[in-house]
Write a protein that binds this ligand. Structure first.
Ligand code: PLP
Length: 356
């Protein structure tokens, strides 16, 4: 059990007046959670304090060598005003795996859950009320040695910040255009693809920018060895419905194990729909497009829940998926997951963690 010190702000900020203009990650709440770590002392001084800038030594490890990992999850307000989380233990466990990969200290699932729920209780009034809005929670962990030496860190800082975010689909769910990227890769087997680390994002921005310039929302990533197998879409996991079966790339080490991905798989299986986690080659996908057996395609992740893919471009070929419309399986996944998250539907899976 952490003995969390709590220091409340004396200057609370005004809550956003217009929840239709929240956007993503623009506004931050009154408090943040912090825990320091040192090789000798272990985790120490867990605290929830007024939101403030960091002061850091310019040689701080995370600024030079990318020792940074993060998580992302949401707190949802139900119709009767209660606040709840969706599978937060999955984020705690994934952060343990990310820490292990980057030689950062590991915060136990219990401690992660304790400080996260304590912070959400304190910031409960910041969870917005409008349809589709939520409080985005961003736990992160940075190496903080004050030296340019290269090694596993001796000092680290765990922090959670919170941001009220708007509805992802304010204008309704519009399928997006995706460009298949065969030059840059996001991650490689043996690298950090399965860890949620900032470095993966830094390395994927160039391809994302290129796709945007060509009028596409994001890229479809291929594997780093042969550029042969499908991996992810942008910063989301990807699923295809081919000839009645949902296919999603197997977790081979270069793919981020998404909580939304896992939930979609479990939900589809519970409904008796065929799902397969396996290697999916670009060749197989192209064949499915040519033969008309690619029925639906979508990305999945916490921010959007599901993001239907309406158009796939590879070299000079453009394929339209399901007439550019959201398909029935994609829609079912969206309705069921968001229904459970906002407490409109029963939760037969035990995914919801009530906070207050
Ligand atoms: C966070 C993330 C996802 C989605 O994970 P969720 O737990 O479902 O939000 C997928 N791919 C990448 C690269 C990610 O960083």
């Amino acid at each position: 059990m952490l003995n969390i010190r709590i220091e409340k702000t004396t200057a609370p900020k005004a809550k956003p007046a217009d929840e239709s203009k929240l956007g993503f990650g623009q506004i931050f709440t009154d408090h943040m959670a912090l825990i320091d770590w040192n090789l000798e002392k272990g985790w120490y001084d867990p605290r929830i304090v007024p939101f403030a800038n960091f002061s850091m030594h310019p040689a701080c490890t995370c600024l030079h060598y990318g020792s940074e990992i993060f998580e992302g999850l949401k707190a949802y307000r139900t119709a009767d005003g209660k606040i709840q989380l969706f599978r937060p233990q999955e984020n705690a466990r994934r952060m343990l795996n990310s820490s292990e990969r980057l030689c950062l200290p590991q915060l136990s699932e219990e401690d992660f859950m304790q400080i996260l729920t304590e912070l959400v209780k304190i910031e409960a009034d910041w969870v917005p009320h409008s349809e589709g809005t939520s409080l985005y929670l961003r736990p992160f962990l940075i190496g903080s040695d004050e030296t340019l030496g290269v090694h596993a860190v001796h000092n680290a800082i765990f922090c959670i910040i919170c941001s009220p975010v708007g509805s992802y689909y304010k204008e309704g769910i519009n399928p997006v255009g995706i460009m298949i990227e065969d030059a840059d890769v996001r991650a490689v087997r043996g690298g950090t693809g399965y860890a949620k680390c900032g470095g993966n994002y830094a390395a994927s921005n160039r391809a994302g920018e290129k796709a945007e310039q060509k009028g596409y929302s994001q890229v479809l990533w291929l594997d780093g060895v042969e550029r042969k197998y499908i991996e992810e879409v942008g910063a989301m996991n990807v699923m295809f419905k081919i000839n009645g079966e949902v296919v999603t790339p197997a977790l081979t080490g270069s793919i981020l194990p998404g909580v939304t991905r896992k939930s979609c798989i479990e939900l589809l299986k519970s409904k008796g729909m065929p799902v397969s986690e396996r290697l999916l080659s670009l060749e197989e996908l192209e064949r499915a497009m040519d033969e008309g057996t690619l029925e639906e395609a979508w990305g999945c992740g916490t921010a959007a829940v599901v993001s239907p893919i309406g158009k796939l471009a590879y070299k000079d070929k453009v394929f339209i998926v399901n007439h550019g419309e959201i398909g029935p399986v994609t829609q079912m996944l969206y309705d069921t997951l968001t229904g459970i998250q906002w407490g409109k539907l029963d939760d037969p899976f035990g995914w919801i963690v009530p906070v207050c």
